[in-house]
Design a protein. Structure first.
Length: 522
């Protein structure tokens, strides 16, 4: 008895000494991970039933957020709280461990992709939509609060369905040309196929380990998935999510690269992608009769000789275009002749003519232009495009006839997204960052003046806008866990409805997306 008491006081003493230690060693993080996390997040930290725990996915969780999630758990997910299980020092060691880059770049081969594919057993195709709403005026609302998508009737705003998505959806979903099927991508590389007519998931597949975005081909048969990890571009068949091709992404000289983003260029019948780590853009034909592409010659360092590069033609023929610097995100002019890209340093934009395959202009766009959110419209008979900046309180408006900056609109803070519609005289621009994150600017497309600043949820983040197919309503997110989608009359700018949602992020109208509406980004 006496002995037991003595040993438990000794243990208590040791425990308090350990708790007082500033941090544990990296090895401890590794063994704690193996004991407490690997079962759900995978032995290699690449994900399992839980998401991947690697710096590529965690770097958006700044400051002590990772430790907070470990200690407090995540509501509405299977992530439990570890505060009663692990000490503060152990939680800190775990957080440090999962923020450490992987020792080796992991592979994710065609075989891995194929093995991850699962088709829904209960999916039943239908001959017509299961609902009476206009199938081309449906909205999908991504609710990142609990990883769901709400399907809304775009006329009545009635919710037709709400389905679970993979963890952490990012970027715009992509629709088949007839608007029936939609593909949704998560940052962990999962691609989900959903049948809007049947209101049912069709299946899902993991196309990469850490992915940027997806693009669908003009004919709706192929889906391109841009990956950071591994350095690949995966092509899936939209019919059954089978993997069709995996491109290893390297430049001409063999240096590997992440893919910044991939988009469909409909008039060119191709996918265009920018590479993040090497100064090349790729164009991949989605036309089975595409012209042959000759890639020329390269000096092979390993073999010490000049080698002929492979040439390709037809479906998936790949063309490389050299740029002066690696590009981040980009935007096209309306006829897809030119690509306007942001350089990785975020200080300027470059214009690349895709027909001749070279850079033709540079744009002064300091402050991290967010070109993926760029939109264009006609102003005084000339087409202009506008982009927000992630690090400056302004929008830049550029004339695409001579690539000059025709206007700068001062905003109440840096913004993320812009939207308009052919039938609206206004551009809606959010203020995503800083103390005025509750503001939404409504800007006259002709005068470039802010005509009204809406503050529908004071103190809360108000962001991202999408119009219905007619441009009659504008839907705005209150980007909070206990948030909402607010429906505004796009003309009077008055609130019409408020629909409670869990941290709604992007909203996507089928018609605007499949017709490449003038006011929408890709
Ligand atoms: Fe996004 C679209 C890149 C951070 C929400 N974002 C895109 C696209 C790209 C991109 C390339 C276009 C894809 C498409 O639609 O096909 N995003 C980046 C970044 O590089 C950045 C700055 C850093 C990163 O972490 O990757 C970034 N994005 C964010 C966020 O932090 C946001 C606000 C929250 C989140 O969910 O991660 C965010 N991004 C979005 C949304 C879209 C998007 C909602 C689709 C907008 C649309 O209307 O199409």
């Amino acid at each position: 008895m006496i002995l037991r008491t003595a040993s438990s006081s000794f243990l208590l003493l040791v425990a308090s000494l350990v708790a007082a230690l500033p941090a544990l060693a990296a090895d401890d993080g590794h063994s704690l991970y193996a004991e407490h996390c690997a079962a759900c997040h995978g032995g290699q930290r690449l994900g399992g039933t839980g998401p991947a725990l690697i710096p590529e996915t965690l770097k958006r969780m700044r400051g002590p957020v990772v430790s907070k999630v470990i200690s407090g758990g995540r509501a509405a997910t299977q992530m439990p709280s570890f505060s009663g299980v692990l000490s503060e020092a152990e939680i800190a060691a775990l957080a440090d461990y999962i923020k450490t880059p992987l020792a080796n770049k992991p592979d994710w081969t065609e075989t891995d992709i194929a093995a991850s594919r699962s088709m829904a057993d209960d999916y039943e195709s239908v001959d017509a939509p299961k609902f009476s709403a206009d199938p081309l005026n449906i909205f999908l609302v991504v609710e990142t609060g609990d990883h769901h998508v709400s399907v809304l009737d775009g006329d009545t705003f009635e919710r037709l369905d709400r389905f679970a998505t993979p963890f952490a959806v990012h970027g715009g979903p992509k629709f088949t040309p007839n608007g029936r099927f939609v593909f949704i991508m998560s940052r962990d590389g999962w691609v989900q196929k959903y049948d809007i007519w049947a209101l049912q998931e069709v299946g899902r597949v993991r196309a990469g380990l850490n992915s940027r975005n997806i693009a669908i081909s003009k004919d709706g048969r192929w889906l391109a998935v841009a990956n950071y990890l591994p350095n690949t571009l995966t092509i899936l068949s939209t019919a059954d999510l089978a993997v069709e091709r995996v491109f290893d992404v390297t430049d001409k000289g063999g240096t590997p690269s992440r893919v910044s983003a991939v988009y469909q260029a409909p008039t060119r019948d191709s996918f265009v992608l920018a590479l993040k780590d090497v100064a090349e853009i790729w164009e991949i034909a989605t036309d089975p009769n595409a012209e042959p592409v000759y890639e020329g010659y390269v000096h092979s360092r390993e073999k010490g000789m000049v080698e002929a590069l492979p040439s390709s033609k037809g479906l998936f023929a790949r063309r490389r275009i050299a740029t002066s610097e690696p590009l981040d995100d980009f935007f096209f002019d309306p006829d897809y002749r030119n690509l306007i890209g942001a350089t990785r340093g975020g200080s300027k934009g470059v214009v690349v003519n895709l027909n001749v395959g070279r850079e033709i202009a540079q744009l002064p766009l300091p402050g991290m232009p967010h070109l993926g959110s760029g939109i264009s419209w006609m102003r005084d008979g000339k087409r202009v495009m506008a982009t927000p900046h992630l690090k400056e309180s302004k929008l830049s408006v550029i004339g695409i006839d001579d690539w000059s900056v025709v206007g700068t609109i001062k905003t109440e803070g840096p913004g993320f997204f812009l939207r308009s519609h052919e039938n609206s005289p206004y551009v809606w621009a959010d203020v995503f960052f800083g103390p005025n994150k509750d503001a939404m600017h409504v800007i006259d497309k002709q005068s470039l003046q802010i005509v009204k600043t809406l503050r529908p949820a004071p103190g809360q983040t108000v962001a991202h806008v999408e119009f219905d197919r007619y441009g009659k309503y504008a839907l705005v997110s209150v980007w909070e866990d206990d948030g909402a989608v607010i429906v505004f009359d796009a003309k009077t700018l008055e609130e019409v409805r408020r629909l409670p949602m869990r941290k709604p992020s992007g909203k996507y109208n089928v018609w605007n997306k499949i017709t490449f509406s003038d006011g929408t980004s890709h």
